[in-house]
Write a protein that binds this ligand. Structure first.
Ligand code: NCD
Length: 325
């Protein structure tokens, strides 16, 4: 595999290899010296055409922990705001010797275009394209779920999948690349996914996705091992999709009373950024069953694993053996 564009491209074995490698990377992150030499001398460009807090900083930390040379490029403040095309931007990065490009773009399909083009020779990692996919987010979510919902006897999640686990994804599914990537990956890992949204925020053609669809959050919660709340993505809306904030929150928000109907072991997830009081109550976001901050930490391990496997890791040594070299 040269690129990571969509979770649909990952077989069960590919996904487990990434998740197991991320478990090793997580160990590296607990050490005093949190660095591996794997990508020494390699250049990774973070090409962000859309705003980002978590994804961008997480990729940067991951790249630095692998000793890569990191270049951060954002559309604001670059020649993109002067009208430069993706092609010319890519040719420029190629001329500078980029070995990998991590791209976030408002246009669905931009990372695929880049990966299939002759403009760039390096690996392309999709960090979120329009309403299409966000594969590293889905991988970090699966990593987090696996640790909580299917650990082995020794507490390690290595080699384990999510067979039969029931995951409910709630909110603005229509505009969510996180939901799309999660549905595909979770299905590959054996989980049963239910999407819950107002009818206006459920994508056209959702019947063909490998998941259940429901409009009733109260019915779905008691049957969930994990519930993932999504932000209402106002920046992608050009019309009114629900009457008022209050109405949305009352029917689709995870408040204290609703969260109490979850099974005791169930976890509450959110990819961030969250709108507290809208899709999730602050008490629940900050509660013991919330994995929101843990998801951010796991994002670094998963992104290290992806870059390691794409750029340098297909060797016989494990990342930890390499550190002691
Ligand atoms: C999401 C995104 O950008 O797709 N956030 C993230 O990457 N953690 C979801 C969102 O913006 O609501």
């Amino acid at each position: 595999m040269n690129h990571l564009i969509s979770t649909a491209d990952l077989s069960r074995d590919d996904a487990l290899l990434i998740l197991d490698t991320a478990e090793e990377m997580a160990q590296v992150s607990t050490r005093a010296v949190k660095k591996l030499p794997t990508l020494r001398g390699r250049t990774v460009v973070n090409l962000f055409f859309e705003d980002s807090t978590r994804t961008r900083t997480s990729f940067e930390v991951a790249e630095k922990r692998l000793s890569a040379d990191v270049i951060n490029f954002s559309a604001k403040g670059s020649s993109v705001s002067k009208g430069e095309t993706l092609k010319d931007t890519a040719l420029t990065l190629q001329a500078m010797g980029a070995d990998a490009v991590v791209i976030r773009h408002h246009a669905s399909g931009a990372p695929k275009r880049l990966a299939e083009s002759s403009w760039l020779h390096g690996s392309v990692v999709n960090a979120g394209d329009g309403t299409h996919e966000h594969p590293t987010q889905a991988l970090l979510d699966a990593f987090t779920m696996r640790r909580h919902l299917n650990p082995g006897r020794d507490g390690s999640a290595r080699g384990r999948d999510l067979d039969g686990r029931r995951i409910t994804i709630v909110g603005d599914v229509l505009h969510s690349r996180v939901a799309r990537s999660n549905v595909r990956l979770l299905h590959t890992l054996g989980a049963q996914v239910t999407l819950v949204a107002p009818p206006t925020l459920m994508p056209f053609g959702v019947e063909s996705w490998p998941c259940e669809v429901s409009y009733d959050l109260d019915a779905a919660l008691p049957k969930s091992d994990a519930v993932m709340m999504l932000r209402v993505q106002r920046e992608r809306m050009n019309a009114a999709f629900f009457p008022t904030h209050r109405e949305y929150s009352r029917r689709y928000g995870l408040d204290v009373a609703r969260a109490a109907t979850l099974p005791e072991h169930a976890v509450v997830m959110h990819p961030g950024p969250m709108v507290r009081g809208m899709e999730i109550a602050s008490e629940i976001a900050d509660s013991a069953r919330s994995t929101i901050v843990e998801q951010v930490a796991n994002g670094v391990s998963v992104r290290m694993a992806v870059l390691y496997l794409l750029l340098g890791g297909m060797t016989t040594t494990t990342p930890t053996e390499e550190q002691s070299k």
